[in-house]
Design a protein around this ligand. Structure first.
Ligand code: KG4
Ligand code: ZN
Length: 356
């Protein structure tokens, strides 16, 4: 690692502001961020790999790991430099340990651990899902707990009841596909470019959501659980048959109708969770929480039904390292540090405060 001429890597006591460095490499974003010990984001740098994976129509794990390896040092340096020209004092380094792509995670974990060890600061392994949960507090530091948190990303659709930064119970989850997967696969069927979710969101903007009706999957079944595999099949059959039926809709209308069905289920089930657990606040986090229709509907309902809503800014919805630093900060405050033999874990599932 070459740190010559750079004020970035500096640990231990000094007069600078004490901070947590967060590192994220679980999928196709190489990210680093610096958060002060009073919760202020000083920098958040995200290098997306969309250009690498675009022509394959999805993330290629081996290419993701290689790109993380090429980029990680530069991204961490950039985050450190943006955080403070004279360097920042690192109190700890937090790194996503899992869940995610094994080879991609290993890059971040090895780098984070080696840097922490060489600087003599504690290392904190973070669960990616917990980092998404913590992202809600980046822009809403006084958001009240207990609350319901919907984590809605490419690989997960989980409803949590969050009582304190360290206490979570899983109260609902998808039984098959994640909502992000339904967006991505639906987008592929509509011939949209990778990554599909944002492309479908953009296309749906100029469509009429009531022109094509897709039944709301699992809305009146399964309690607080979700199921999104059926709606993809419904879209497949609709696209196959629409010329035969002579349905007068545009691709924009289809995208809008499909999006509306997914979003409505996400909102309704989250509202149900709030009523069932008698809380006043909802946070919605993860890549799909960047969806413009989901955000609009949640805001409408928050006003109408008088609950508090925490939505991260869009750049904190999709994978980033500010959320990893935030989860690391929570663990830091609880005195939960990881041992040096804790390693990357692709299948790490539920949220725990310290991931290892
Ligand atoms: O949290 P994230 O960046 O990575 C995972 O942890 O999975 O989430 C990525 C997912 C993808 O499925 C992507 O298509 C979806 O979030 N996504 C969106 C939007 N932006 C990202 N889905 C719908 N509308 C969006 N605007
Ligand atoms: Zn994620």
């Amino acid at each position: 690692m070459n740190t010559n001429g750079n004020a970035g890597f500096r640990g231990g006591p000094s007069s600078g502001v004490r901070c947590i460095l967060g590192i994220e490499t679980s999928c196709d974003e190489t990210a680093a961020a610096v958060l002060t010990l009073d919760g202020k984001v000083l920098s958040s740098v995200v290098a997306s790999q969309h250009d690498v994976h675009k022509r394959f129509g999805g993330v290629v794990p081996e290419l993701a790991s290689r790109r993380h390896t090429e980029r990680i040092e530069g991204i961490v340096m950039e985050a450190m430099n943006q955080a403070g020209e004279n360097g920042v004092d690192l109190a700890a380094i937090a790194t996503t340990r899992g869940p995610g792509l094994a080879g991609a995670l290993v890059v971040g974990v090895s780098f984070g651990k080696a840097l922490a060890y060489s600087m003599g600061v504690p290392w904190i392994a973070v669960n990616h899902l917990q980092a998404h949960v913590a992202s809600a507090w980046l822009d809403h530091p006084s958001f009240l707990m207990p609350c319901v948190v919907l984590v809605v990303s490419g690989g997960h659709t989980h409803l949590y009841l969050v009582s304190t930064p360290g206490q979570y119970s899983l109260i609902g989850r998808t039984l098959d596909d994640a909502a992000g997967e339904a967006f991505d696969k639906g987008a592929k069927m509509l011939g949209l470019e990778f990554p599909g979710g944002p492309a479908l969101d953009r296309l749906a903007h100029s469509g009429d959501p009531s022109a094509v009706h897709f039944s709301r999957p699992y809305l009146n079944r399964g309690g607080l659980n979700f199921s999104f595999s059926g709606i993809k099949t419904a879209l497949l059959y609709f696209l196959r048959d629409r010329k035969k039926i002579g349905h007068p809709c545009s691709l924009e209308d289809i995208a809008a109708g499909y999006q509306e069905a997914i979003v409505e289920v996400l909102v309704e089930k989250t509202m149900r969770a709030v009523r069932r657990h008698k809380v006043q606040g909802i946070a919605v986090v993860g890549g799909v929480s960047a969806n413009s229709r989901l955000r609009a509907l949640l805001k409408e309902r928050a006003v109408r039904e008088d609950f508090q809503l925490a939505l991260p800014r869009v750049s904190f919805c999709t994978d980033n390292a500010a959320m990893v630093a935030m989860a690391g900060w929570w663990a830091f405050q609880a005195g939960q540090f990881s041992k040096w033999d804790v390693d990357a874990r692709a299948t790490l599932d539920h949220v725990t405060l310290s991931a290892g």
